[in-house]
Design a protein around this ligand. Structure first.
Ligand SMILES: NC(=O)c1ccc[n+]([C@@H]2O[C@H](COP(=O)([O-])OP(=O)(O)OC[C@H]3O[C@@H](n4cnc5c(N)ncnc54)[C@H](OP(=O)(O)O)[C@@H]3O)[C@@H](O)[C@H]2O)c1
Length: 271
């Protein structure tokens, strides 16, 4: 067994999303490589799109130190619902060792139409693609509003949400249901070799990284030992979430192991 690997290669799905831009920029700065999938006219346009977005993404001072040599980005315009997209990229580049998911609804239709199933179709395609190529670790940027270990999770907002009963009705919209149900696909695939972590961030903001968030696994609680909701806000910035996904996905093997199979609630703490 050689020394632990300190440089990784991330496949990022929906790399142009507001959260992924922070993730990709930070990963590259820390010397990791990125294969970005985003919508574009062709692969050259995908790279141009990513480069323009990264140039416009300011990072808050104080994140982990930059590597001497930044990582390399490649970008592809691929159908995220087609298993072949993942199978081909994973076979082509055997250095890819992590996959991160940032897909989300960008229109009212995608939120409300039950047949769109953005998250579950993408995740099912990824699972099939991995079965036909190889398993790599999966980091899912999902959403809060679900409680319990992935696979047994039920829609429910954390108890510190004002008007929780009313907002819980909002969790019935098809996009939210699909996001939560996707966790079941991952839990099912874990029997075949899938290692995954589900992140369930609170309401996302575009604010600067505050680095004062907390996390807990699977189930939140007013007096949760790890994250007492009585001391929590209801928001977290996209930049903080990106940093946390990058931090967890680059932990040493022995520390990362305890995260697999869990749904991780992330939220800012009150000062
Ligand atoms: N809003 C909240 O408070 C909140 C809270 C917790 C979790 N979340 C979840 O967090 C995730 C990321 O959030 P975000 O704000 O960073 O996302 P975002 O900026 O809204 O981006 C969503 C991404 O999904 C891509 N996408 C949508 N439909 C697609 C399709 N058919 N094919 C390919 N790509 C498609 C979009 O591609 P284009 O760039 O090409 O449009 C976009 O890059 C989402 O899953 C969201 O549901 C949101």
């Amino acid at each position: 067994m050689g020394p632990p690997k300190t440089r990784h290669h991330f496949l990022v799905i929906a790399a142009a999303s507001r959260g992924a831009r922070f993730f990709v920029k930070k990963a590259l700065q820390q010397g990791h490589s990125v294969t970005a999938i985003c919508r574009a006219l062709d692969d050259a346009d995908a790279l141009a799109r990513m480069q323009a977005l990264l140039d416009k993404t300011p990072l808050t001072h104080g994140c982990l130190p930059s590597a001497d040599t930044p990582g390399i980005i490649q970008a592809f315009d691929r159908n995220i619902f087609d298993p072949e997209s993942y199978q081909m990229l994973l076979n082509q580049d055997t250095l890819i060792d992590r996959v991160c998911f940032f897909v989300g609804a960008t229109s009212l239709g995608q939120l409300l139409r039950g047949d769109i199933r953005l998250c579950s179709r993408t995740i099912q395609a990824l699972i099939t693609g991995m079965i036909n190529s190889r398993w790599i670790e999966f980091y899912y940027h999902g959403s809060s509003g679900t409680e319990g270990i992935p696979g047994k999770n039920k829609p429910r907002l954390p108890d510190n949400f004002h008007l929780q009963w009313l907002l819980n009705l909002g969790l019935k919209i098809p996009a939210a249901q699909d996001c939560f149900k996707s966790e079941g696909l991952l839990a099912e695939a874990s029997g075949s070799g899938m290692k995954f972590v589900v992140f369930r961030p609170a309401w996302l903001t575009n604010g600067a990284a505050g680095r004062s968030y907390g996390y807990c696994f699977d189930t939140t609680g007013w007096d949760n030992e790890k994250l007492p909701l009585r001391n929590a806000k209801m928001t977290i910035s996209r930049e903080d979430v990106a940093e946390e996904i990058l931090r967890v996905s680059t932990l040493p093997d022995s520390e990362r192991e305890m995260w697999f199979g869990h749904g991780v609630y992330l939220v800012d703490m009150k000062k």
